[in-house]
Design a protein around this ligand. Structure first.
Ligand SMILES: [Zn+2]
Length: 96
């Protein structure tokens, strides 16, 4: 009887469930920002049709860097010199 009561008190699945949700949220966030990046790239290409030479200069890196301006977890605004890799590293620290 006593052993059964103790088992009911502890719920080891709760912690692992929360961790799984957090990782899923991070993946969703990064995926959404990538899709947004794709859309903005298309819009910019349409705007630049008048300047044919400019089209070849389309910098995907700078667009990607501007996608995530602040941390979605702690709302800390990233420094401008932060690369996308730096931002990912910071965000991933919240899940470590
Ligand atoms: Zn943060």
């Amino acid at each position: 009887m006593i052993a059964k009561v103790n088992q009911n008190k502890t719920n080891p699945t709760t912690l692992s469930n929360e961790t799984g949700l957090n990782e899923e949220a991070l993946v969703t966030l990064l995926r959404n920002s990538y899709e947004l990046q794709q859309q903005e790239t298309q819009e910019e290409e349409e705007e630049e049709e008048e300047e044919e030479e400019e089209e070849t200069k389309t910098s995907q890196n700078s667009i990607a860097n501007e996608e995530i301006r602040e941390c979605p977890m702690c709302y800390w605004e990233f420094p401008k010199q932060f690369t996308l890799e730096n931002k990912k590293e910071h965000i991933e620290k919240h899940f470590a």
